[in-house]
Ligand binder design. Structure first.
Ligand SMILES: CC(C)(COP(=O)(O)OP(=O)(O)OC[C@H]1O[C@@H](n2cnc3c(N)ncnc32)[C@H](O)[C@@H]1OP(=O)(O)O)[C@@H](O)C(=O)NCCC(=O)NCCSC(=O)C[C@H](O)C(=O)O
Ligand SMILES: [Mg+2]
Length: 270
């Protein structure tokens, strides 16, 4: 991948059978794309979508490209994998994962956690060496859990946290689920904030209008970078004075706060 996984603030789904969207997706500002052969593509369009993806990847992309294949056990899975083997991809997205993947493919796998069993087995899935990250799929999950839709995602919070926990425990990248209403910027922004608070590294998105807000929500905020630098200065001064610990803005700071601040400052450009 050209972008570091931690910089996958926005990852755009693009239906494989939509040439216009495939063409546009290269330059919309998303950190990565998922070219979709699965649920965005009707059964009668699966073959056309494979051809659409092949054509779209005939020339290089400026961002990492993932391919979402149809799940094992579907009539399209084998053909999708055969296509994946011929393409220059950053990885494959495996929907409805419920166990560590056993794909015969030399590519990183991004497993979607979108069934109750997938949530329960998320730690084992995240532990698999081939797995680069976990992607929450709340449309499928909400249906399977019989939760009621709610702006707070109340019925999904346990599962969302389980995805983050499993991914983080194994050093993998957790990506939040899509927000379906492409004409509700406030709801989208609110959900990005929630996802970031839960510990997700970025958001999967379905429409160009969601890219910039996701990048902003998951990017480094200037005030946070400024605060991080101030914290580092306070720490350096305390250490130079021979202190083992220090306080910043009235609160105790320890090594982990310093590491976090350093990471943030580096992400902001040093
Ligand atoms: C959601 C959409 C169907 C909306 O489409 P539409 O009404 O046509 O949007 P606009 O007219 O506002 O589009 C404006 C222009 O932007 C381009 N566009 C739209 N979407 C994309 C896209 N995803 N990538 C690239 N470009 C896009 C349009 O072509 C317009 O361009 P122009 O002609 O120049 O004006 C549509 O946005 C869409 O199809 N989105 C992707 C849907 C998708 O991939 N779904 C599957 C993944 S989500 C999922 O499965 C979740 C998970 O599995 C779960 O269980 O939760
Ligand atoms: Mg799904």
């Amino acid at each position: 991948m050209t972008a570091k996984p931690r910089h996958l603030r926005s990852v755009l789904y693009v239906p494989g059978d939509n040439p216009r969207a495939l063409d546009k997706a290269r330059t919309l500002g998303a950190d990565a794309v998922i070219l979709d052969l699965e649920d965005a593509v009707a059964p009668e369009h699966k073959a056309a979508a494979r051809e659409g993806v092949r054509a779209a990847l005939a020339s290089p992309w400026p961002i990492p490209v993932l391919l979402r294949v149809n799940a094992p056990g579907t009539p399209w899975h084998a053909d999708d994998l055969a296509l994946a083997r011929t393409l220059l991809l950053a990885g494959v997205v495996l929907p409805k994962g419920e166990a560590p993947p056993s794909l015969d493919l030399p590519l990183p796998v991004w497993t979607m956690i979108e069934t109750p069993l997938g949530v329960l087995n998320a730690p084992a899935i995240a532990a698999a060496p081939a797995v680069a990250g976990l992607i929450a799929g709340t449309n499928d999950l909400a249906r399977a859990l019989r939760t009621r839709p709610h702006p707070s995602r109340e019925g999904l919070l346990h599962a969302l946290s389980a995805v983050v926990l499993a991914a983080r425990a194994h050093g993998k990248v957790p990506l939040d689920a899509v927000f379906n209403n492409v004409r509700d910027p406030d709801g989208f922004a609110q959900e990005c904030e929630q996802g970031r608070t839960l510990g997700f590294a970025g958001k999967t998105v379905i429409h160009p209008s969601q890219i910039d807000p996701a990048n902003a929500a998951y990017g480094v905020r200037p005030e946070a970078a400024q605060r991080a630098r101030a914290l580092l200065a306070t720490w350096d001064a305390a250490r130079a004075a021979g202190q083992s610990i220090a306080t910043f803005e009235g609160a105790l700071i320890e090594q982990m706060h310093v590491d976090e601040a350093r990471e943030l400052a580096e992400e902001d450009g040093g």
